[in-house]
Ligand binder design. Structure first.
Ligand code: 5GP
Length: 178
């Protein structure tokens, strides 16, 4: 795999430090509870894997896959659920685990969808946030890094399904349109 078309934005070591810090906050806030970590596929799997191993509160995990309907319906913020949860979330404390919040459309729809299923609580943890791009009002409860309006890859994030395996978060400097 070519890696010379990317420039490191957040090093692997800095990510690991931040993941431990976030897990510490979540451990404190969920003491005595048994949250369900709801991982948004596919980008958040790497973050989930590291994050859950730093937690000491007992957790369960489940996965949801969503897809935007595309440009035509983008403004509506309606997304399609490609793979739904396998767990009943009625009465559960849900922590949505996201890789990145950009416009916020996907997460706003998802959070509302999850809230409508009767959980005890819903919070959001995201590794990355691009607040300059926000189109709807949604704020993560826990955020790793606020980043500028650049397209990033690595640590689970892809471009055309590539680069997910990079241990760091990088800016794609060339080849994005190829
Ligand atoms: P939103 O609905 O917030 O605009 O979109 C969030 C989704 O867009 C993320 O879960 C991710 O899949 C994708 N996305 C947004 N920004 C980036 C980025 O900089 N890099 C990558 N690889 N995906 C992004």
């Amino acid at each position: 795999m070519e890696v010379n078309d990317t420039k490191t934005l957040i090093s692997a070591a800095d990510i690991q430090d931040k993941v431990a810090e976030l897990a510490g906050q979540v451990d404190r806030d969920y003491a005595g509870k048994n949250p369900l970590l709801l991982c948004v596929l596919k980008g958040a799997v790497v973050f989930l894997a590291d994050f859950m191993r730093r937690l000491t509160v007992p957790v369960e995990i489940d996965f949801i896959a969503v897809s935007s309907y595309g440009a035509a319906t983008r403004s509506s913020g309606v997304v399609r659920i490609l793979k739904d949860l396998e767990t009943s979330i009625d009465g559960r404390h849900i922590l949505i685990v996201e890789d990145i919040i950009d416009t916020g459309l996907t997460l706003k729809y998802l959070a509302e969808n999850i809230r409508s299923r009767g959980p005890a609580s819903v919070k959001i943890v995201t590794l990355l946030d691009k607040p300059d791009r926000r189109e709807v009002e949604i704020e993560p409860d826990y955020c790793g890094f606020r980043i500028p309006d650049k397209f990033v890859v690595g640590y689970g994030l892809d471009f055309n399904e590539r680069y997910r395996q990079l241990p760091q978060v990088s800016i794609l400097t060339e080849g994005r349109d190829s």
